[in-house]
Design a protein around this ligand. Structure first.
Ligand code: NAP
Length: 234
C-alpha cells in the first residue's frame, strides 16, 4: 500500500502551503478542492517543489457525500492508504447576527463542519485499524473565542472543535492521532473569494504557519501534540 497525505482545500492559501511543505519533507500528497482549474494550477506550482515526492489532485467538495465517497473509492482502487489527513478546507462569510441566511449558513457549514466530518468519517472507514492515521483539523482562533460579526463562522468552527474533542475521546487507545489547530488571521484569499474587504496588515504569512504545523505534525511520533494555537506576535 502506498502512503499519502490528504489536504482538503489544498488548491490555495494555507492548504497549498501545507501541501508544499509536506512535499518538501518527502511526503506524497493528494490535494482536494472544488475547482479543477485551481487544483491543476496548484499542482503545477507544487510539482516545482516536489523533488521525488508526488502530487495528485481530485475534485471533491468535502461537504458533498458523493464526492467524498468517490475520493474513498479512488484511494481504495489505487491501493493508497492515508497516513495524514489535513482537514483544512474552509469558508469565511461574516455578517451581523441579524443578517444570517440559509445560503450563507449552508456555505460556511458545508466546508467548515459538514465537510470536515464527512471526509474524516470516510477516511476512518477505509483506513485499516493496524495503520497509524493522524487527523489534523485546521480550525481557527474563532473556535476558541466568540467574535463580533462572526456568529455563523464561530458556530461552524466551535462545532468542528466539539467534533474534534469527541473524536479524540472515541478513538483513544487506537492507532489514530487527532491534532487540533487554531490559527489566527493569515494573508490568504479567504476574505477575497467571498467578496469581503479586510485589511490584512499584520496578518500571518500562510507559508510560515504551514511550516510550523507540518513540522510539529510530522515530528510528534513519540510525543503526541494534541493542540496547536498559532497567533501573530503583538
Ligand atoms: N485566512 C485566515 O485569516 C484564517 C484564519 C483562521 C483560520 N482559517 C482557516 O484556515 C483554513 C484555510 O483557509 P485559507 O485562509 O487558506 O482560505 P482560502 O485561501 O480561501 O483557501 C480555502 C481552500 O479551501 C477550498 N474549499 C473551500 N470550500 C471547499 C469545499 N466545500 N470542499 C473542498 N474544498 C473547499 C478552496 O478551494 P475551492 O474554493 O476551489 O474549493 C481553497 O483551496 C480554513 O479552514 C479557514 O477557516 C483561516
Amino acid at each position: 500500500m502506498k502512503k499519502i497525505c490528504i489536504v482538503s482545500g489544498g488548491s490555495g492559501g494555507l492548504g497549498l502551503a501545507i501541501a508544499a511543505h509536506l512535499l518538501r519533507s518527502g511526503k506524497d500528497v493528494l490535494i482536494l478542492g472544488r475547482n479543477n482549474d485551481k487544483l491543476n494550477k496548484a499542482a503545477r506550482a507544487l510539482n516545482r517543489v516536489a523533488q521525488k515526492a508526488q502530487v495528485s489532485t481530485l475534485v471533491c467538495n468535502v461537504g458533498n457525500e458523493a464526492d467524498v465517497r468517490k475520493t474513498g473509492k479512488f484511494l481504495a482502487e489505487h491501493n493508497i492508504v492515508t497516513e495524514y489527513l489535513f482537514n483544512n478546507a474552509g469558508r469565511g462569510l461574516f455578517s451581523p447576527a441579524g443578517a444570517s441566511t440559509t445560503a450563507m449558513i449552508d456555505d460556511v457549514f458545508e466546508a467548515n463542519l459538514k465537510g470536515l466530518i464527512l471526509l474524516t468519517s470516510e477516511i476512518l472507514r477505509i483506513t485499516p485499524e493496524k495503520q497509524e492515521l493522524t487527523i489534523v483539523n485546521i480550525m481557527s482562533s474563532s473556535a476558541l473565542l466568540g467574535r463580533d460579526q462572526e456568529t455563523v463562522y464561530c458556530a461552524s468552527k466551535w462545532g468542528a472543535r466539539g467534533y474534534t474533542e469527541a473524536l479524540r475521546t472515541e478513538l483513544k487507545g487506537k492507532k489514530r492521532n487527532i491534532i487540533a489547530v487554531y490559527p489566527g488571521g493569515m494573508k490568504t484569499d479567504f476574505y477575497k473569494v467571498t467578496g469581503q474587504d479586510r485589511d490584512l496588515t499584520g496578518f500571518m504569512d500562510p507559508k510560515e504557519v504551514a511550516e510550523k504545523i507540518v513540522n510539529v505534525v510530522l515530528h510528534s511520533d513519540k510525543l503526541l501534540v494534541t493542540d496547536i494555537t498559532i497567533s501573530r506576535k503583538k
